[in-house]
Design a protein. Structure first.
Ligand code: UDP
Length: 199
């Protein structure tokens, strides 16, 4: 599907199934890093606020993403109003759970983010529910001076899927900035998904 531009940001008009096919291809193809952004209205507002303050890193991270899906109805509505296009939803939770359900034991997942203890529970429950392998876990409350240590931990885990849940901007910037070090086939910013998986 041809990439759209919504309020200066990229948007790929793909259905959930199409997105899962794309991510599945990255998982099974030659190992190389890919980033996924699930766009919501808050991201657009925050990237503009950051730009106004002279910080373009969030905007640039989203522009460099390999896949940008509509996380929810806010973006679907905006695309309808501003572009006269019907864009399907492909939310972060559905992408995460769908990929784990499709690939099961063939998929090794690193759970990065949320408050200390949450990623462990999310990983355990995902392993029980989807049969995935747990590549590693780390909470999301570390200083940027520790980014390289965490990025190398993820790299060394050999994960096929990195779920980064550290809040809007922080998670997208981390995945994009460390893309080559992380070298994970599918790296996705997922907001509150680890909290949801942990129940
Ligand atoms: N989070 C984190 N580190 C941070 C800030 C947030 O790991 O420095 C986690 C938070 O615990 C939650 C997820 O990121 O699991 C999404 O947080 P929130 O909903 O506050 O962020 P938003 O997506 O609204 O920006």
């Amino acid at each position: 599907a041809t990439r759209l531009e919504l309020l200066g940001l990229p948007l790929d008009p793909v259905t959930l199934d199409q997105a899962l096919d794309v991510l599945g291809g990255w998982l099974t193809g030659p190992r190389s890093p890919h980033t996924v952004v699930t766009l919501n209205p808050e991201f657009i507002i925050q990237s503009r606020q950051n730009e106004a303050a002279g910080d373009f890193t969030f905007t640039q991270a989203m522009k460099k993403a390999d896949l940008v899906t509509a996380d929810g109805v806010g973006i679907v509505w905006a695309a309808r109003q501003l572009l006269a296009r019907e864009v399907p939803r492909a939310p972060g939770f559905d992408l995460s759970s769908g990929l784990m359900r499709r690939h099961g034991a063939d998929l090794s997942v690193f759970f990065l983010g949320a408050k200390p203890g949450v990623a462990e529970v999310a990983a355990q429950k995902a392993a029980e529910q989807y049969g995935i392998r747990v590549a590693g876990v780390h909470h999301g409350y570390f200083d940027t001076s520790e980014d390289v240590r965490v990025a190398e931990m993820v790299r060394d885990s050999g994960a096929g899927l990195l779920l980064t849940a550290m809040g809007a901007a922080r998670q997208e910037i981390f995945n994009e900035y460390w893309r080559e070090v992380l070298n994970v086939p599918v790296m996705m910013g997922v907001g509150g998904v680890l909290d949801v998986l942990a129940g």
